[in-house]
Design a protein around this ligand. Structure first.
Ligand SMILES: Nc1ncnc2c1ncn2[C@@H]1O[C@H](COP(=O)(O)OP(=O)(O)OP(=O)(O)O)[C@@H](O)[C@H]1O
Ligand SMILES: [Mg+2]
Length: 221
């Protein structure tokens, strides 16, 4: 029997903009099992990024419950949330968010700084993940020397290096041409086939060859 990695129960998120209250999520209930690949789909403004930010512990729900790997993380303070992010989650952003001054291998190593391994172990592991996304020959390059697709592959390696419970991605192909986008989605497919749990957003009408097995439609705002 599969274990539930993510469990959202009636999760709501509202933003207060002066006197206006924006209801970004109006009560989402969702379970993601180990090994599943979930696509979060829906039109612009429906709450995909809001949902991924909550899943990624970048933000807290206004109400409702979020259990990650069996632990209630709904109301943890900022320090506790960042510890969870570092140890249990990998996040991939549309705009890669690499550190421009660092090389490929150094960028991939960043999450390991906080995990207490030796420098040598961290470097070896980061190089192995660079290899895994096809960038073993680019370890010492800086992000500006790479194409968008290559930068996103560095971001994937960085998100994987801590062996996260779940890999989260917010429109990971949004800034890429279609060939590079297909390549990124193929990496996701491979990772999922190797057992990685993935939740990723994409626009409703985008055709792409993911093996997404469950779609969760957000509330339209
Ligand atoms: N920080 C914020 N403050 C106020 N309102 C916000 C904030 N973030 C999001 N919203 C609002 O919440 C709703 C959901 O936004 P969200 O960014 O999650 O949508 P999305 O589905 O990711 O859209 P897109 O496909 O354009 O990326 C929108 O109405 C948006 O304006
Ligand atoms: Mg978004």
């Amino acid at each position: 029997m599969s274990e539930s990695i993510v469990h959202f129960e009636d999760v709501r998120k509202t933003y207060q903009m002066g006197v206006v209250t924006v209801e970004a999520l109006r009560g989402v209930t969702l379970a993601i099992q180990a090994g599943e690949y979930v696509s979060i789909m829906g039109p612009s403004g429906c709450g995909k990024s809001t949902m991924l930010n909550l899943l990624g512990c970048l933000d807290r729900p206004t109400s409702g419950r979020y259990a990650l790997g069996g632990e209630d993380v709904s109301q943890l303070d900022d320090d506790a949330l960042s510890a969870i992010r570092g140890a249990r989650l990998g996040f991939i952003f549309q705009s890669y968010n690499l550190i421009q001054q660092l090389t490929v291998v150094e960028n991939i190593e960043v999450p390991l700084y906080y995990q207490g391994g030796s420098e040598e172990e961290s470097r070896t592991l980061a190089a192995r993940y660079a290899e895994r996304v096809g960038l073993g020959h680019r370890l010492d390059h800086k992000p500006f020397e790479l194409s968008g697709g290559q930068q996103q592959r560095v971001a994937i390696a960085r998100a994987l290096v801590n062996d996260p419970l779940v890999l989260l991605a917010d429109e990971p192909t949004g800034n890429l041409d279609s060939a590079s986008g297909v390549e990124i989605l193929r990496i996701f497919d491979d990772l999922n086939q190797q057992g990685k749990t993935i939740a990723s957003s994409r626009p409703r009408n985008r055709r792409c060859p993911t093996r997404a097995i469950k779609a969760s439609f957000c509330n339209t705002g």
